[in-house]
Structure formats: structure tokens, C-alpha cells
Design a protein around this ligand. Structure first.
Ligand code: FE
Length: 467
């Protein structure tokens, strides 16, 4: 199928944060010093919440890959996916590089690890051709690295804790990538541990009014861990605006499709119309027209009727933008999104400062996919917006740009290279995102033509907001 996927050239700029690796810490590597006995280290690791999170992330990684066979671990050579055999090894390499080699000055465990698994050095389309570790060997390597990392947890130098968290969140992001890779390739749905049925449900039409004003956009210094692109909170002026209480649903998006939205150039930006012509897109990526004007949708390996009140997902920014033009709406800016989530007192999460749970948000794969947009009323923001965290990532109108005074963190390739090429900001996380990764200030970013990622959008009234 021609050009359903982005060109190979664009891929280098396309892979999201999960593909990028830090290279150097200005603070200097080589400090060492585990000073506890092995027994003390083991006791500390058992009781350390971070140790539990690292084990949990590894269990999630294994859940996402271990049921797949050797052929699926290699998979087709596509620009938007990695061979799982490579990606699994990359996870271990990343953890070893930052927590053991960089932070503690240890020698490498693999003689050729950097040449095989450093995503900043290994070109994407060569990853299928490398002399990678075998599946049993790479799993043994992961276990060895995690064991060594846990053994050092809580020992000097103090700054090493940062790199353990970096490795944790890096693994969480790759786990989301494993999830959408399984969707892209039509593999079976992952066997996520099921949660309770999501509370609430149905559609949730209408807008809420958000008073504008001076707002602090970005992360504050009391966050225990932030990525560089969130730094730091800075004042922005936001005009009053009206924003939808919920993301756009499949039923709403189907009305755009059925009204000929993909055939009428007037609904599309120039770049969006080029994308549509190149891809031949006629509807969202995994929709299939069925008898009687119904739609089926592929969820992993299964086709099922499209859920009317679930949010539309797997649409690219161009499709979201075209829908908005057709519906006489607009995408929120990221400042508007964050204000609608955090108002009035810079809440850490839409509902307040307590971490996400099953009542408030669809996260961590618990529901196995998106839930209806009316679910999770307990997670509403003070402004009255629902599901601002979880369910689907939400495209915003904003280009991915640094905040004032931006300074790259040790993981320089995380944000810095991507400001120069067009990426759009997404907010809020999705059903597969790990809850521990998210907060209102968290910024994701993808090129506007990515439809494989777990993204939808919500809209604003065009009569309000930026002039
Ligand atoms: Fe990575």
C-alpha cells in the first residue's frame, strides 16, 4: 500500500521519545560507590518503591513480548516499528548504560552493546540486519541488568536515583510503543491484567467555559522527576475559551467521514491535503466499511463494531485538524489544554494531587482499550473536562517548542533535536500509558502524519481563545 506510512526519510524524525537516548551527563560520569553490603542492598531494594516500579515495568515488558513467536519478534521492516528483538535489547542496554556505566562507572556487560542497541547510533532501517543477541540471550541480559541495577539502588552517588527513574520511564514509554506496534502489525491483544469495569459511560456532549488569565505553564520545581521539555513553569496569558467536556467520539468522527470529509479539499490544510492524497486515506486507519453503512474497527487482531461513544483513536494531526474545520471547531493550544486540566490552582492531575487510580482514569492497559468518553466522572477537572488523563492522547494545535530558558538534560536526544522539525504536542496519555508517567504538565510530541500512535483529540469553540 503506497505511502500509508511516512517516508523512510521522515522516520528519523518520527520516532518518539522512546527511540532516543541520552549520551552524556555534564555532571561527569565515573563516580562510584556502593558502600552497603549485598544483604543491605537486597533489603533496601525489597522495600524501595522504586525497586517495585522497576520490577513492575519489566513484568509489563515481558507481558507485551513473551507470547509472540520468533517471527513476530523480528516482524516486517517498517519505518514506524522496530524489530522487537532489537527493541527488547535496547531497553536493557539503556538501563545498563545510564544506571551502571554512566552513573557508577562500571564496565559494559556486552562487548558490542553500543554498536547494537544505542538508538542514537544505530540507523533504524539497519536494526533488522544486526547480529543481535538471540531471544534467550537477550532475556538473560535484561535480567542481569535489572538485577545489578536493583542491587545498587539507594547507594551513592545520590544523583544515580535520577537515572534509575529515567530508565524506568524509558521502559514505560517503550512498553506503550510495544502496544501500538502490536496494533500496527495486527498481533493479538496483549493480556493486560484486567481492572474493574470503568465507571460511568455514554457520550458527554457540550463545552465548558474556562476563564482565561495569567497561567503558569509547565512543571514546577517541586516535581520529583521531570523531563527537560516541561521545565519550567512560566507565566502565559490565556484568553477565555470554551473547550469540549470530552474527546471527539467515533460517532462524531463518522459523521465527518460520511459527509465526504476525506474527499473535500476545503476541510484540509495544504499539508494535510497532500498527506491525504499521498496516503489515499478515506477514513481512520483501522476502520473498515461494513454492510448497512456500519463501521467495523480492527483492535489488534480482532474486528468488531465501532463503539459509537468511544473516542476516535489512531487519527493523525491532519485528520484531527480537518475534522475541526468541517465541524467549525478548533484544536486547543497546549496552554489551553493544561489550563483546562489544572485550573484553578495548578493541580498536578485534573482531579487534584492524588495519583491516578481506576476510578479516575483509563490507564495502564486495565481496560484493554479505549472506554466511552462519559466514563470516569471522578477524574473530571475543576473546569468540568473529563478524561484529560488517559483513554486517548490528545493532539493540540501547538508545535513542539522549548519553554523559555530551556536547557537539555543529560539525555540530550530526548527533546532537543525535535524542536527543529515539525512535531505537534499531545497531552494527557492514553489507555496503555503507565499512570506513573503522567501529570498535567507532561508533553508528548509526534509528527502530524502519525496515525499508528494511540491519539485522538478534543476541540474548542472557534469563537473563543487566541485571536
Ligand atoms: Fe529508547
Amino acid at each position: 500500500m503506497k505511502a500509508r506510512w511516512p517516508s523512510s526519510r521522515s522516520i528519523l524524525r518520527q520516532r518518539s521519545a522512546v527511540m532516543r537516548l541520552p549520551r552524556r551527563d555534564p555532571g561527569g560520569a565515573g563516580q562510584t560507590s556502593a558502600t552497603r553490603t549485598v544483604g543491605e542492598s537486597m533489603l533496601a531494594a525489597v522495600s524501595d518503591p522504586l525497586a517495585a516500579e522497576l520490577r513492575d515495568a519489566r513484568a509489563r515488558t515481558l507481558l507485551l513480548v513473551q507470547d509472540l513467536d520468533e517471527g513476530q519478534w523480528m516482524g516486517p521492516r517498517l519505518p514506524i516499528v522496530n524489530p522487537l528483538l532489537w527493541e527488547v535489547g535496547h531497553l536493557g542496554w539503556f538501563q545498563e548504560f545510564w544506571t551502571l556505566r554512566h552513573a557508577r562507572g562500571r564496565p559494559p556487560l556486552l562487548p558490542d552493546g553500543d554498536a547494537l542497541y544505542d538508538s542514537a547510533k544505530v540507523a533504524h532501517d539497519t536494526r533488522w540486519d544486526l547480529p543481535l543477541l538471540t531471544r534467550p540471550a537477550v532475556l538473560a541480559y535484561l535480567e542481569r541488568v535489572l538485577g545489578a541495577a536493583l542491587e545498587t539502588l539507594g547507594t551513592a552517588p545520590e544523583r544515580a536515583a535520577y537515572f534509575h527513574r529515567l530508565a524506568l520511564f524509558h521502559e514505560d514509554m517503550h512498553d506503550e510503543a510495544f502496544t501500538y506496534t502490536r496494533q500496527t502489525l495486527g498481533y493479538p491483544a496483549p493480556a493486560f491484567p484486567a481492572g474493574r469495569p470503568a465507571p460511568g459511560g455514554g457520550p458527554l456532549p457540550g463545552d465548558v467555559e474556562v476563564p482565561g488569565g495569567r497561567f503558569l505553564l509547565g512543571a514546577t520545581h517541586d516535581e520529583p522527576f521531570v523531563f527537560d521539555n516541561e521545565k519550567w513553569a512560566h507565566p502565559v496569558e490565556v484568553a477565555p475559551f470554551r473547550i469540549a467536556r470530552a474527546p471527539v467520539t467515533n460517532e462524531q468522527f463518522a459523521a465527518f467521514v460520511e459527509d465526504g470529509g476525506y474527499r473535500q479539499e476545503r476541510h484540509w490544510s495544504a499539508a494535510g491535503w497532500r498527506w491525504r492524497a499521498e496516503t489515499g486515506a478515506k477514513h481512520p486507519a483501522y476502520w473498515h466499511p461494513a454492510a448497512g453503512g456500519r463501521w467495523l474497527v480492527r483492535h489488534f487482531a480482532e474486528l468488531s463494531p465501532l463503539g459509537a461513544h468511544q473516542p476516535v483513536i489512531h487519527v493523525c494531526w491532519f485528520e484531527a485538524d480537518a475534522y475541526c474545520r468541517w465541524a467549525e471547531r478548533r484544536l486547543p493550544t497546549e496552554a489551553e489544554w493544561e489550563l483546562a486540566a489544572a485550573t484553578p490552582h495548578k493541580r498536578r492531575f485534573p482531579w487534584g494531587d492524588d495519583p491516578p487510580d481506576e476510578e479516575r482514569a483509563n490507564l495502564d492497559g486495565r481496560a484493554g482499550g479505549p472506554v466511552e468518553v462519559g466514563c470516569h466522572p471522578a477524574g473530571d477537572s475543576a473546569a468540568g473536562c473529563r478524561q484529560m488523563l488517559g483513554n486517548v492522547w490528545e493532539w493540540t494545535a501547538s508545535d513542539f517548542q522549548p519553554y523559555p530558558g530551556f536547557v537539555a538534560d543529560p539525555y540530550k536526544e530526548y527533546s532537543l533535536p525535535w524542536f527543529a522539525t515539525l512535531h505537534k504536542v499531545l497531552r494527557g496519555g492514553c489507555w496503555a500509558t503507565r499512570g506513573r508517567l503522567l501529570r498535567n504538565t507532561w508533553r508528548n510530541f509526534y509528527p502530524p502524519d502519525r496515525r499508528d500512535v494511540l491519539a485522538g483529540f478534543r476541540t474548542c469553540s472557534p469563537d473563543t481563545g487566541p485571536a
